[in-house]
Design a protein around this ligand. Structure first.
Ligand code: ADP
Ligand code: ZN
Ligand code: ZN
Length: 666
């Protein structure tokens, strides 16, 4: 019998603790189980990651009790979480906590307990049969099935334009995996934003599917998790954390819309599900399929270098043409009409044409609210958030000024708080204003708006989309919520009110985001027999991201963007690690950041260190933020270095330091 257990805890302490096992627990203890342990005068939950005959330390405390009847963390997940701890700057225990369902984290539900199953009606969908594949699809499936047969790890990048049949390939790959008695994980950006994709899996595989929805209650989530673990469901469909699904014999991982930023977790552990999926596929010896119409620069670069196998789907099913895209130069519009207009004539004409023909249209603007600026005409005062370095957005519906970062809400004043004049003007536009302007122009048709303001209520999301699908609404105005995965054959026109919103974000990925978003939104047009047209309004009509999106030319965009990334030494050529120092006082923030940068620079490491510099939005939620950037090729080495430096760095009281590996925002 082993006398000692190696235990990790869900605290930011990157080490393994030794505990002795009392005799009464000899039969119960096992690697992968949770235990209660005494820890700094408290009792907390720990995860057993190893057993040994000897302990490196002299006085070990005893384990108090064993929580689980069976291990809840299998060996592959143990390995995977350790990899996450090393690569994403967190402790092993923190990584394990992220890998098990929330409902059992606090040690309340024991896994040996019987939990009453709830029937969730997965079977409510009409069953679909596999399609006979097109030539390109056949070829694509063949390479994937080879890997499945050989049980080898390989990462495929399935680059296919919208509606080229990618999902059908996922479905048929999974079919083979199931036949082999193995299981599948399907990752989607966000369940609520990809209902139609999820439906496709349910209607093909029915009760084999467990859907890991972020809105599930912890108890329900735990049930789904258990269903997978007990082999009652062999396909898990879910957002990023589904990458940890407890499969016994994982046969494939599919990650759809691989370029999506929601695959990156923003809190500790700040992992990227794409990289975690790759590591898991390596550990489990199975293929990983990354699918996208607009792959991330990172993935396409790897595909070009042969690290990933590139599979292309260049044709839409039924040979349907991609929609024609028109770019409208809003500078000309301004010059000829002598005033700022929201919609150009081309835009309104196209909208009118769709409405007259009895079709539908989607109007896209990636900013919610009514007016994005409120300022005083007399003294120039701009209403800003008290806690963030940003202007407040006016929301017409509830007549409030709201901060889009911290949700600070206030009444719009009638007079300027600075000069007391009454000349207050509203500038800039959001979806609310677009909706109201559209309804002025098209008072005879029904219009709906979909953004995070209109989808707060449970079910409102499905209701808006359902009405649109049924044709009860003619025009749909929305933010990026309507850009993804939706398939409405009656939509013949898509209008982008301003492509500049994403283009002007101060982030090196702004061109990539703009290209992705425009391509995705454009893909919503012309999915039916009547074809489609896309109108993009912009003040930067010659920007390569917009031009390439208008031509549906991913590779042209990639070729331009990659040159710029190389010149500036940005991903995919290096890995970035962002160290953020935060405090309520700006002087303390900048001073601490400077000292920390000095400490990092004094250690020998193969990385370039930039900064400290104020974050693009220096103040957020009352905290000032300064960033130090590490640029290097070895993520592991950079993390190890930071663990060492931060371990002995003395920071003033009230200062917070966060490390984000491969950050997706600056
Ligand atoms: P993507 O995932 O690339 O957007 P889908 O797999 O959703 O493409 O395919 C688009 C549409 O074409 C779907 O309605 C799908 O059912 C259908 N489809 C896919 N493959 C075939 C095929 N080989 N034959 C006929 N229809 C197909
Ligand atoms: Zn004023
Ligand atoms: Zn704010």
């Amino acid at each position: 019998m082993r006398k000692f257990a190696e235990v990790v805890v869900s605290l930011p302490m990157d080490r393994v603790f030794n505990y002795s096992i009392p005799e009464r627990l000899f039969n119960e203890i096992a690697v992968g189980k949770r235990v209660f342990v005494p820890f700094q005068n408290r009792t907390i939950v720990g995860y057993v990651v190893g057993l040994s005959d000897e302990s490196g330390v002299k006085d070990t405390k005893e384990i108090l009790s064993v929580i689980d009847a069976e291990p809840i963390i299998a060996n592959d997940i143990l390995k995977l979480t350790r990899w996450i701890a090393q690569n994403y700057f967190c402790s092993w225990g923190e990584a394990i906590s992220a890998a098990i369902p929330g409902g059992i984290k606090k040690g309340k539900v024991s896994i040996g307990e019987r939990v009453k199953d709830i029937h969730d009606g997965n079977g409510a969908f009409d069953k679909t049969e596999p399609h006979i594949l097109m030539a390109e699809q056949t070829k694509a499936l063949k390479s994937i099935t080879d890997s499945i047969e050989k049980k080898e790890h390989k990462t495929f990048l399935l680059h296919g334009i919208t509606a080229s049949g990618k999902t059908e390939i996922y479905l048929q790959s999974i079919e083979l995996v199931l036949k082999k008695g193995a299981q599948a994980i399907v990752l989607v950006p966000e369940i609520s934003l990809t209902p139609q994709t999820v439906e496709r899996f349910l209607s093909r595989f029915g009760d084999h599917v467990a859907v890991l929805h972020s809105r599930l209650t912890p108890a329900k989530r735990f049930l789904e998790w258990k269903k997978i673990r007990d082999g009652k469901a062999n396909i898990a469909v879910g957002a990023r954390s589904a990458v940890f699904s407890p499969m016994k014999n994982l046969g494939i991982i599919i990650l759809d819309e691989e370029h999506e930023t929601s695959y990156k977790q923003e809190d500790v552990p700040r992992y990227h599900a794409r990289d975690v999926a790759e590591e898991r596929a390596k550990i489990n010896n199975c293929p990983l399929i990354l699918g996208s119409a607009t792959p991330s620069l990172e993935s396409f670069y790897k595909a070009k270098n042969g690290e990933y196998k590139l599979i292309k789907l260049t044709k839409r099913i039924d040979e349907r043409l991609l929609p024609k895209v028109k770019i409208v130069d809003m500078r000309m519009e301004l010059a000829t009409r002598k005033r700022i207009t929201i919609f150009s004539k081309v835009f309104l004409d196209a909208l009118e044409k769709a409405v007259k023909a009895g079709k539908q249209a989607i109007i896209f603007l990636n900013r919610r609210g009514f007016s994005t600026f409120m300022n005083c005409k007399k003294c120039g005062f701009v209403f800003k958030c008290k806690r963030c370095d940003t202007s407040l957005v006016y929301h017409f519906e509830n007549k409030k000024l709201i901060c889009h970062y911290c949700n600070y809400t206030t009444q719009p004043p009638d007079i300027c708080p600075k000069c007391r004049s009454g000349y207050i003007r509203y500038f800039g536009l959001g979806t609310e204003k677009v909706e109201s302007e559209i309804s002025r122009n098209f008072s005879h048709v029904r219009i709906a708006r979909m953004d995070s303001d209109t989808t707060v209520k449970r079910g409102s999301h499905d209701k808006i989309l359902g009405d649109f699908k049924a044709g009860a609404t003619t025009l749909l105005v929305g933010t990026q919520m309507i850009a993804k995965g939706l398939d409405f054959p009656q939509v013949t026109m898509v209008g982008v009110v301003s492509a500049d919103v994403t283009l002007n974000i101060p982030d090196f990925r702004s061109s990539e985001r703009t290209f992705n978003l425009l391509t995705q939104v454009g893909g919503r047009a012309g999915r039916g027999e009547d074809g489609g047209e896309v109108i993009i309004q912009t003040y930067a009509p010659h920007h390569y991201a917009i031009l390439a999106a208008a031509k549906h030319d991913y590779e042209k965009f990639y070729d331009e963007e990659i040159v710029f990334r190389k010149e500036l030494e940005l991903p995919p050529f290096i890995n970035l690690v962002k160290v953020t120092v935060r405090a309520r006082n700006e002087d303390i923030t900048s001073k601490t950041a400077a000292e920390l940068a000095q400490a990092i620079k004094s250690v020998d490491v193969d990385a370039k260190i930039a900064g400290p510099a104020p974050a693009p939005m220096v103040r957020m939620r009352g905290y000032f933020r300064y960033n130090i950037m590490l640029k290097g090729r070895d993520r592991l080495a950079m993390c190890a270095l930071l663990k060492k430096v931060l371990g002995s760095f003395r920071k003033p009281h009230g200062v917070l330091i966060a490390v984000d590996v491969d950050p997706i925002s600056m």
